[in-house]
Ligand binder design. Sequence first.
Ligand code: HEC
Ligand code: HEC
Ligand code: HEC
Ligand code: HEC
Ligand code: HEC
Length: 491
Amino acid sequence: MLDSKNSIPPALLRLLFRSRAALAGAAMLALLSPILVISTLFDVVGGIENPYFSLLTYLVLGPLAGIALILIGAGALRARTKGEIGSYSYELFKEQLTIPERYGRIRRLGYTAVFLVSSFLLFLGVVVYSGHRYTDSVQFCGTFCHSVMAPEFAAYQNSPHSRVGCFACHIGKKAGGLARARFTGLKQLYATMSGTYPRPLPTPLSNLRPTRRMCEECHPPGSAYASKIRVIDSFLPDARNTRVQTAMIMKIGSGGRRPHGIHWHASGRHQIFYEAAAPGRRRITRVVLKDGAGNSTIFSRPGGRTQGTGTAGRAMDCIDCHNRPAHAFLPPGQALDRKLLNGQIPAGLPFIKREALAAITRSYPDNRTAMEGIARQLRRWYLAHPDPAASRKDLVEQAVRGAQQAYAENVFPEMGISWETYPDFLGHRNGGGCFRCHDGSFRSASGKTISNRCDLCHILLSGGQTTKTIPERLEDAVDRESGRGTGQGPS
Ligand code: HEC
Ligand code: HEC
Ligand code: HEC
Ligand code: HEC
Ligand code: HEC
């Protein structure tokens, strides 16, 4: 039988007391582990949904527990422990294993060690896994670097991809992407804490996933999309904020077996390469179309370079058109149109489109000044232009809130983001987007142009009309069909 001097727990304890580092580590671990266990459990079970809670658990307590372990390990290894659990030499082990009465002791030591180490590894596994899940969560990406990511997060929540994790587009599931994300993540964490990140954040991103994985996992390029009727609502800057609709048939098409329409571009049978004047890709200088047979057609602007290798520059893919699938920052007119359309800004308030536009497009140094400035300007204007409508004061206040929101969702002075910092390439607003190439000025040596025929991509059904338009007629038909007629149809 072993005496108390030789039994395991006291021996381990004595070992700790031999080294100050190990003692400090043990004290830290004793203090941290109950908190860490409980908070990890809470997080895994979903008891608390607070980003700072997860942040504290995984980015502060977790690493601290790791440091405590290292201290214990290092202390234990270095401690001089003659006659007890000694330094781990071969002779010692041989002696312990060959002398029968020592063998029992070493066995018990072994069991204890295996038990301690495996339960700890299990626990560490849970912490590391939950921490890994947490740092990949939308919550972490979107809210931890609060002011840095706030604009992208706000725009994301208004997008059709607001239920697709940041992770799916930006990182992916492959180990390489994960490791890279952790590494650049550390750099970004530093930049955030030291405030050295660029404002606005640069785009295009050099480390995005290839679109083949980023988009095509969910939207295969061969999908055939039927032509689709698009109706764009807008409000004129007149006294009645007249609502107008532009309706068009978008020829979306397919990149599949028979490439046609707009998604002719998404086919793998040909590839377009282009060069741009600056990284923002707003001005394109040269376009090369390489067909399936390997023939290249080089398009350039008058006076531009026509020679050179075929595949220089960027290979065009989904995000050269869909560059804002998750972070659509709207231009001011459209931002207000949305608010007018859903009633957040009352369309019954005379001239509100025009006045709100004037108020939100002024330049403000920060968000607070902007909120005050927009409110002051609108209130002042409506005070100077009285209107008989009795409830006008609450309408003005409602309009103020709507206009402030339209601003706050799209402009972030603290991050250097103003209107149109991040343009959308999907249409041809201000001659950008598709018209970067399809403006009719690109020509090949044989005289072929990149078309800008107005019916190449869409057929306009009605543009800016205020009388009964095609969409209204379609709407009437749908209403009649579903029996919720407006009173004008047959009953
Ligand atoms: C549907 C795919 C998708 C999702 C989901 C997504 N992003 Fe993006 N993100 C993009 C694309 C595409 C770009 C622009 C790429 C370019 O032009 O180079 C981008 C750009 C960015 C940028 C650079 C600045 C800018 O606006 O161009 C940041 C920062 C960013 N995303 C953060 C996030 C965060 C945070 C989330 C989750 C809340 C998220 N993203 C979710 C696709 C996505
Ligand atoms: C994890 C799956 C997933 C990924 C990855 C993804 N999407 Fe989507 N996307 C969806 C879903 C789901 C919808 C439908 C949303 C809806 O109808 O509200 C959608 C809708 C769309 C739409 C139609 C938007 C609209 O206004 O109706 C476009 C365009 C689109 N995605 C493009 C992209 C592009 C470009 C990428 C890559 C940058 C991408 N998606 C990545 C799932 C995904
Ligand atoms: C040449 C530009 C261009 C390219 C390249 C492109 N798209 Fe599109 N895509 C469009 C346009 C324009 C629309 C129609 C938008 C609208 O209705 O306003 C569209 C529509 C879509 C839709 C919505 C279809 C629907 O029925 O509403 C999806 C999804 C989509 N694209 C995914 C992709 C994916 C994935 C890729 C890459 C494989 C891609 N697109 C490449 C221009 C492009
Ligand atoms: C980088 C340059 C570039 C950009 C940007 C671009 N295109 Fe194209 N597009 C081309 C070239 C080159 C062709 C082929 C011209 C030819 O062969 O006549 C083409 C052809 C087309 C065609 C005809 C396809 C067919 O059936 O032959 C459509 C439709 C089209 N583009 C739509 C769009 C739309 C919509 C956008 C914007 C969302 C867009 N393109 C942006 C370069 C571009
Ligand atoms: C290369 C393809 C292409 C060509 C060529 C083209 N368009 Fe467009 N157009 C688009 C796309 C894509 C949109 C955007 C739809 C959206 O907002 O999603 C659009 C949108 C529009 C809109 C609605 C914009 C708004 O915000 O109200 C009008 C109007 C329009 N186009 C007129 C024209 C006219 C006129 C021409 C001929 C000079 C033309 N387009 C040529 C692709 C094209």
